[in-house]
Every structure is written in structure tokens, then in C-alpha cells.
Design a protein around this ligand. Structure first.
Ligand code: ADP
Ligand code: ZN
Length: 605
């Protein structure tokens, strides 16, 4: 097993659970695997497929996913093919022939095609195993339900002896039960790995207005020079306007949302996969078909509606295990809007609760990763050290007077104002509505002049979360003082607020691009040597050239992680090149010469 792993995939060791899963499958037993995105699910069936006789049939819901997997396997010299609606007749004929001759080790197939072929092609070939990828698509409760998946039960009926492995990154119990039942798995062994993704940094910025968000995003992208990422926005319009702003700054950016034509969406996706654009501004419609392993960052321009969505979206960064950054903007406006949606939705209670948990995450003053893992039913006994709270713990101060000013303004308008008007009153603004209503005559008018409006946004968000006022969604989002708010207003209790820290004040960015921590987890040796940045850029250029020649994405030629290892170790012989993690026999032969020659040339300079 280890030899095959090294020869084909270039890895020296298995990740946790991989070996047990593979052994279970080799023993012809049904298997269910729950692992987070980037956890290494593919090898769990690809390696057995190589070790077993015949062809492994892999069911996958999207053509783009199949394409990515097949290209990756072929790039490692493995005979893999895909059968789906994008093939033409000639391709199909030769594909069938190769399958029947036993030349194909892995055949990726869409569920529709699979159902159509159970009595034809599948009867003519020797099948080693069935792998059902993205198996949560079977569950109506899940987020990507695919009706064709529910018919996959016939595999068990028609091929009772062939082992089935189902894989998903969705962990909840209902989905799990659905998968086992609907696929009629026999006594399946279930493997659940930790959902922690230690290589993803977590950061939240609270109470930013549009202008500050823009500035902050530009700064963030500047720090991630040449590294691609995704910006998730709540609305289609927002994706367009954010993209416009970035383009004006010369950043190559694409837009992706459900309102675009199929062609435009495909183009955006392909440009991103092939590094022709650096950034995609997208609604949540973007992502499921993306297996790109070198997404280095994800920004949430708006608050997501649940931790599930959030975790899935940030999960698209750092699949290769390299350090990657995530940033969430949390604003009062988003919270009000999402609460309204949730309150008006069919499943009010559940949706409000989910939003509430998301809000708790965004508001946290304890390690954010602990909150995430706890949400997924895992406990972590230490702080992560890779979230903003760990790096920069919040400090509190006695903010009673600030809170009193705000609450008193609410009280003096008979609780008939929303947050915008409240801030205008506190700041002493002179807009028409304010004057008409006579709010400029209030005793609290302009008492908050000394605090910038953006800080008021932040304090109001804190006050809302401390429960000092509520938002009446059914009354134009007017603010209503609660009982605990009354206590602060009348001086019976103090209010402790968190000190606002802006960009300028936070600690300098960590040194980037060192394969960190995750190494210890996945047992690859940590290398003490430093990486030469200009060498890395030359390696990257060579990788891009090789990718373009073969019309495949750069990360399939070599992953970012492998490329960094090359820049650190600087191999000058083909053998040394081949010993690097992620380079198997095939890539060694194919790319060894060009890379080692480049290294010799550059390091001689
Ligand atoms: P998933 O399907 O669970 O999202 P993948 O199978 O795409 O994850 O694996 C994520 C990344 O981890 C890939 O780049 C893969 O090559 C790499 N990987 C998988 N197993 C190992 C291993 N044992 N050692 C090192 N890297 C691995
Ligand atoms: Zn932490």
C-alpha cells in the first residue's frame, strides 16, 4: 500500500484513517467515509482501485468534478476516464472498448449514465468497487439533493458482491443515516475524521462600512499577491460592484452568480481554475464544482446564514493543506436583513437558531475554532492559535456611558427609530427627516459626536448582542430597549464593551507560506530551510507553462505545497526531485529534467 502511494501519488505516509479505510475496502466491505473538504477522501478509493483487479466505478454529481479528478489521475499516469453527457460518440466507443479490455482502472460516471448503463456496460466489465462521491446528494435534508442519487440502490441489488464506498464532507446524523439506508450498505464500517482544518486562519472584522470593507479587501489582496481567492457576497448586485472595484485597481476578477448565462459561468469558473483570474466574486451558487486545490483565501463580504454554509465556503480554501486565510465581515445591516429572511422563512425557528449560532461565532471572545468544532459536535481541548481571538484577545472596558447615550436616544424618540437614525442623532447630523421629526431638539442630540460613526456601528452591534435592545423586524426595524437595557440606562448595572481594534492597530501579518502545523498532523517532515522567493516565482512560471502546454490547470501539474517544497529543497538531480512529497514516478519522469535544470540555472546565478 505504501509503495503504491509513493509510486503513484508521491506521498510517504497516509493521513489519519486513510489506511484503515483502504484496508476495509480491500477486504470487500462496505464503507462510509465522513471527512472534511481537503481531508484526502479521493485516495481512499483511488488506491484500492489500483490494487484491485478490474475497474472502479466512481459516481460523481458534476462534470467539472469528474474532469478535475480524471485530469489529476492522468497527470499521475493512472488510467482514468469519465463517462458523461459531455462525451461525443467516438469518445464513447473507444472508452467502452478500453473498459471492456480491462484497461481502465477508474471510470467516473454521472448518476444518470450509471443508471442507464447498469444492464449494459457495467455487465460487460469487471468491477472492482463502487465509490459514491458527494454521497450527501442522496439526502433530501442536505443542501445538494440530487434525485438520481436516490436510485443508486440498484447497485446493491444488481452487484451484491462488489463493495461500495460512500464519501462525503457533510457530517450530520440524518444525512449519514440516509446514505446507509438508501444505498443499502451492508454492515458498513463508518469512518469519521476530525473536521478541523488547522491550516485555515479565521478572522472576523466587525461593524465595517462599505468604504472600509473595500479598503480592507484591497489591503488583504495586496498581501496575497499572486494568490487566488473567492469573495462571497449576499446578492448578485454586490458581486458585480465588488468585482468592478477590484478591476479598477487592476486585479483580475471574475463574477459568478445564478443570474448569468451558463457560458458566462463556465468561463468564470475555468478562468479561475486555470489562474487566468485571481479573484472570483460570487454568490453561494459558486463552489460545489470547484476542486481547485490552491485557493489561498476566502472572504465573506456578508454574514452567512449558518455555520454550515460558512464552514463549507471557507473549506474551499487550502485543500492542499497549505496555510490559507479566511476573513468574515460582520455588520449590523446584514444581521438585520438575515434575521428578517429567517423570520419570514418557512422554518422560522430552525433558521433563526442557525443564524443565532453564526452570530455567536462572529461575536466570539473565545477561540473561534473551538466554537466551530463544538458546533459540529467535536471538542477541542486547547486554543488554536490561528484565529484573530487567539492572536489578539479582545479587551473590555467600562462602556456604561456610551451605552446610556445610545439607549437614552432610543427612549427619547419613543423607540421609533432604526440604527441609521440613531447614529445620525448621536452624531448630530442634520438630515431632513431628522429635522422634520424634531430630533435635533432632543437632549441626546449630538452627545455622541466624539465617537466616529463606524465605531458607533460596532458598539451598537455589541449592545444588540449583549441584549440591551432588540430589533422589531415587523416595525421597520425600530429599536426596542430590553429589560437589561433599562438596567444599564438607569445606572443599576455597568456595561462592559470590547475595545475596538482597527486594521492599523492589529499586529503585523505573520510570515507567510511556511508549511506549518498541519505537517505535524500529517507526518511530513518539517524542513528548516528557507524558501527563496524569486526561485519560487520561476518555478511557478515553469509550472504554468507546462500546464498550458497540456491544457490542464497548474495545480494539477504540481500542487502549491509541492512547489514550495521544491523551492525549499532545491533538488538538482531527478532522484532528489522524485523524493519530494507529491511527486510520484510519473511526474518525476515527466517533469524532473525541466525543473532540476531550472534550479541549477537559477541557483548558479
Ligand atoms: P477531499 O476529496 O477530501 O476534499 P482530496 O482527496 O482532494 O480531498 O485531497 C486533498 C489534498 O490532499 C490533495 O491535494 C491530495 O493529493 C492530498 N493528500 C491526500 N492524501 C494525502 C497524503 N496521505 N499525504 C499527503 N497529501 C495527501
Ligand atoms: Zn483560536
Amino acid at each position: 500500500m505504501l509503495q503504491t502511494l509513493k509510486n503513484y501519488f508521491g506521498y510517504d505516509s497516509f493521513r489519519p484513517l486513510q489506511q484503515n479505510i483502504i484496508q476495509n475496502l480491500l477486504a470487500q466491505k462496505d464503507t462510509l467515509v465522513l471527512m472534511p473538504t481537503g481531508g484526502g477522501k479521493s485516495i481512499c478509493y483511488q488506491l484500492p482501485a489500483l490494487l484491485m483487479e478490474g475497474t472502479a466505478i466512481v459516481v460523481s454529481p458534476l462534470i467539472s468534478l469528474m474532469k478535475d479528478q480524471v485530469e489529476s489521475l492522468q497527470a499521475n499516469g493512472i488510467a482514468a476516464r469519465a463517462l458523461n453527457s459531455s462525451n461525443n460518440e467516438t469518445e464513447n466507443i473507444s472508452l467502452r472498448r478500453e473498459c471492456i479490455q480491462g484497461k481502465v482502472k477508474l471510470l467516473y460516471i454521472s448518476p444518470e449514465r450509471l443508471l442507464a448503463e447498469t444492464n449494459f456496460l457495467l455487465k460487460d466489465i469487471h468491477i472492482s468497487l463502487f465509490a459514491i462521491d458527494e454521497a450527501h446528494c442522496i439526502s433530501q435534508w442536505g443542501h445538494d439533493f440530487r434525485p438520481e442519487y436516490t436510485q443508486l440502490k440498484i447497485l446493491r441489488e444488481q452487484f451484491p458482491k462488489v463493495p461500495i464506498i460512500a464519501l462525503t464532507a457533510t457530517a450530520d446524523k440524518i444525512t449519514r443515516k440516509d446514505i446507509v439506508q438508501q444505498l443499502a450498505l451492508k454492515d458498513p464500517q463508518i469512518f469519521i475524521s476530525s473536521f478541523d482544518r488547522p491550516n485555515l486562519s479565521l478572522e472576523v472584522k466587525r461593524g465595517y462600512q462599505q468604504k472600509e470593507k473595500t479598503r480592507s479587501i484591497l489591503e488583504f489582496i495586496r498581501k496575497h499577491k499572486n494568490e487566488c481567492g473567492i469573495i462571497y457576497c449576499m446578492s448578485r448586485n454586490k458581486t458585480e460592484s465588488v468585482a468592478e472595484t477590484l478591476k479598477r485597481q487592476g486585479i483580475r476578477t471574475a463574477v459568478y452568480h445564478a443570474g448569468l448565462s451558463n457560458e458566462m459561468r463556465d468561463k468564470a469558473q475555468n478562468d479561475f481554475i486555470n489562474d487566468r483570474v485571481q479573484v472570483v466574486c460570487a454568490t453561494i451558487a459558486f463552489g460545489m464544482g470547484i476542486d481547485k486545490s490552491n485557493v489561498r483565501w476566502v472572504i465573506h463580504y456578508n454574514l452567512p446564514k449558518s455555520i454550515e454554509s460558512f464552514y463549507q465556503e471557507i473549506g474551499r480554501a487550502g485543500r492542499d493543506g497549505m496555510e490559507s486565510d479566511t476573513l468574515l465581515f460582520y455588520s449590523l445591516g446584514d444581521l438585520i436583513m438575515l434575521s428578517k429572511f429567517a423570520a419570514e422563512s418557512g422554518q422560522q425557528e430552525i433558521n433563526l437558531e442557525k443564524l443565532h449560532r453564526m452570530q455567536q461565532y462572529a461575536e466570539a471572545d473565545i477561540c473561534r475554532r473551538r466554537i466551530l468544532l463544538n458546533y459540529f459536535g467535536e471538542t477541542m481541548d486547547h486554543d488554536c492559535g490561528n484565529c484573530d481571538v487567539c492572536r489578539n484577545p479582545p479587551e473590555r472596558f467600562n462602556g456604561t456611558i456610551i451605552v446610556q447615550k445610545a439607549l437614552s436616544a432610543i427612549a427619547r424618540t419613543n423607540q421609533q427609530i432604526g440604527t441609521h437614525m440613531l447614529i445620525d442623532i448621536l452624531k448630530g447630523a442634520a438630515n431632513q427627516e431628522l429635522i422634520e421629526k424634531g430630533y435635533d431638539k432632543l437632549k441626546t442630540y449630538a452627545v455622541g459626536r466624539d465617537i466616529p460613526a463606524r465605531d458607533w456601528q460596532d458598539y451598537l452591534l455589541q449592545m444588540l448582542n449583549l441584549g440591551y435592545f432588540e430589533i422589531a423586524y415587523n416595525e421597520n426595524n425600530h429599536l426596542k430597549i430590553t429589560e437589561s437595557g433599562q438596567k444599564v440606562l438607569f445606572g443599576k448595572e455597568p456595561a462592559m464593551l470590547v475595545v475596538i481594534k482597527r486594521e492599523e492597530q492589529t499586529s503585523a501579518k505573520r510570515k507567510r507560506q511556511k508549511p506549518i502545523k498541519e505537517e505535524t498532523l500529517f507526518q511530513t517532515p518539517v524542513l528548516p530551510q528557507d524558501e527563496d522567493e524569486s526561485l519560487f516565482e520561476e518555478l511557478r512560471t515553469l509550472r504554468k507553462k507546462l500546464a498550458d502546454e497540456q491544457a490542464i490547470p497548474a495545480y494539477i501539474v504540481l500542487s502549491d505545497k509541492t512547489l514550495h517544497q521544491i523551492a525549499i529543497l532545491r533538488p538538482t538531480t531527478i532522484e532528489a526531485f522524485g523524493s519530494i512529497s507529491g511527486i510520484g514516478e510519473y511526474k518525476k519522469e515527466k517533469y524532473g529534467k525541466e525543473f532540476t535544470e531550472l534550479i541549477k540555472r537559477v541557483t548558479r546565478k
